[in-house]
Design a protein around this ligand. Structure first.
Ligand SMILES: C[S@@+](CC[C@H](N)C(=O)[O-])C[C@H]1O[C@@H](n2cnc3c(N)ncnc32)[C@H](O)[C@@H]1O
Length: 491
């Protein structure tokens, strides 16, 4: 190739294809440096059916794996079943995992029934991305008996990524453009509400898929006085029930941000040991089972003087095994209600204007370690700092969205949501904390305040839901099951 005269461009490649000047490619692939071969392979684009695809065969033997990947990819464009065996061999033997994946992808691209046995063989591969490529190649033949049976099994390697990819591929084939209405009659009627009651009971009456974000910090097991649970297992079971409801009331693909931390339950006497519980880690598998996808682990780092000093003893004696760190961190774990749709889909539900208005223009923390001082409140022992709440609300909601906090305490989520042009739905069981919110926050001016009973009555008036709500309400009046269960859980 006349490389020293002029630098090869995409136009040269297009020109050669247009003129059926296939010698142009043969020359480059046989004698030019790898960088030129790579450029041509990458830019070669669509190929006519009379293209001499055999010229790629030598390239699949080169030591440069980037060239092998592209050569394999271009072989797939041939639609020629006679390459399937070679591609299958490469998928089996090549030392580079990208070449292996691309080979399977090319077998699929050849798009013939003859590929089925080869693709089925690779469903057993240990590389999940090879398996996904094989499944993708099999999808066009999903009505073929053997393929149907395998796809119904969906995940031959019991790998979450494969499982998700398969479901997404199938959903993609059947995709209809669904819009989820952001606002609905529940949000229109109950935005900026505070309900004084048990969150599990209140949540159970909220319709499905209506709220936009949940940010909450549940009780710290028995570390603070406001809630005492019979056992740690009861506590986890109770949170699981609450979070199932949170999952149900959130709209598809929306975020649930959970602030928890390990807690220390003091020893009963000097003869006993104190006990620590790693709440966020214990609750995580339960959230996955409910259908929340893990998105981010943010660590809220407080200044050291704000932490309880646990190493005064060690500081003196320095004896191994007796070291205890001062706990300056809490976890702020971000989850998303599972969906096959990308986050872009959620963005598309909003008008251009709302997205523009909701953009985060200010300086922001780029790492997952958020250094924020804790807040003190005379009435409540564990309030959210406004800075923490503000970051979560700005990052995970849009203007006018409704933010839920089922363990609202002093109502920081409500206050900050209003300041940021969002709405809130708060639930708090302690009357004194509700009063505190109603008496001290400017948001109280427009807050719809309900006792649990009033909230249920209001819901009954709320037309669309009447049949379901009445059904649930009557059920409860009859057997008081839920109330009893909630009481047992919080004992
Ligand atoms: C960690 S505090 C939340 C503090 C809050 N983030 C704030 O900024 O003030 C947990 C709150 O959950 C409340 N709570 C506990 N169990 C509850 C339940 N079953 N239903 C509603 N609220 C509950 C407690 O009374 C407490 O105020």
């Amino acid at each position: 190739m006349t490389m020293n005269k002029h630098k090869l461009t995409k136009q040269d490649i297009e020109q050669a294809k247009k003129n059926s000047d296939f010698l142009f490619f043969t020359r480059i692939f046989s004698s030019d440096p790898d960088s030129v071969k790579y450029f041509v392979l990458k830019k070669i684009g669509k190929l006519p059916c009379d293209f001499p695809f055999e010229i790629f065969l030598d390239l699949v033997k080169t030591s440069n794996h980037n060239i092998r990947v592209l050569a394999v990819k271009n072989l797939g464009k041939s639609k020629n079943p006679s390459f399937i065996e070679l591609l299958s061999h490469l998928a089996d033997r090549d030392s580079n995992s990208n070449v292996r994946r691309e080979s399977i992808s090319s077998i699929g691209r050849i798009g013939t029934k003859m590929a089925i046995p080869f693709l089925l063989k690779f469903l057993e591969d240990k590389d999940s991305r090879v398996v996904v490529q094989a499944i993708r190649g099999l999808l066009p033949f999903r009505n073929h008996e053997e393929v149907k049976a395998v796809l119904q099994k969906a995940n031959p390697m019991d790998n979450q990524l494969v499982d998700q990819a398969v479901r997404e591929m199938i959903a993609d084939k059947q995709r209809v453009k669904i819009k989820q209405p952001i606002h609905n009659s529940f949000t229109n009627n109950f935005s900026d509400s505070l309900v004084c009651g048990d969150c599990l009971e209140v949540l159970r009456h909220i319709p499905d898929n209506v709220l936009h974000l949940c940010f909450t910090s549940p009780p710290y097991y028995n570390a603070k006085d406001y809630s005492i649970y019979r056992s740690y297992k009861y506590y986890l079971n109770f949170l699981t029930e609450v979070f199932k409801e949170v999952h149900r009331v959130l709209q598809e693909g929306r975020f649930f941000v959970l602030n928890t931390s390990p807690v220390l339950i003091p020893r009963m006497s000097r003869k006993h040991q104190s006990r620590r519980y790693l709440i966020p880690f214990d609750i995580h598998p339960r959230l996955s089972d409910i259908g929340f996808d893990f998105i981010d682990d943010i660590i809220w780092v407080k200044p050291e003087p704000s932490a309880k000093n646990r190493n005064a003893g060690f500081f003196q004696h320095r004896k191994p095994l007796m070291y205890k760190s001062n706990s300056v961190c809490e976890y702020v774990i971000v989850y998303r209600k599972h969906t096959n749709k990308l986050i872009d889909w959620n963005l598309r539900q909003y008008s251009h204007e709302t997205v523009e208005k909701s953009k985060v223009h200010s300086e922001y923390e780029k790492s997952n370690a958020w250094q924020i001082a804790p807040s003190a409140n005379k009435l409540h022992p564990a309030v959210f700092p406004k800075e923490l709440t503000s970051r979560v609300i700005k990052f995970y909601s849009f203007i006018d969205d409704i933010v839920l906090d089922p363990f609202a305490g002093s109502g920081t989520v409500g206050i900050v949501a209003s300041e940021l042009g969002r709405k809130f739905f708060l639930i708090e069981k302690e009357q004194s904390y509700c009063n505190h919110f109603l008496n001290s926050s400017s948001s109280a001016l427009f807050t719809k305040y309900f006792s649990q009973g009033q909230f249920l009555e209001e819901l009954i008036k709320y037309e669309e839901r009447v049949p379901q709500i009445l059904e649930k309400y009557n059920e409860e009046l009859e057997n008081k099951k839920l109330l009893k269960k909630a009481k047992e859980l919080t004992q």
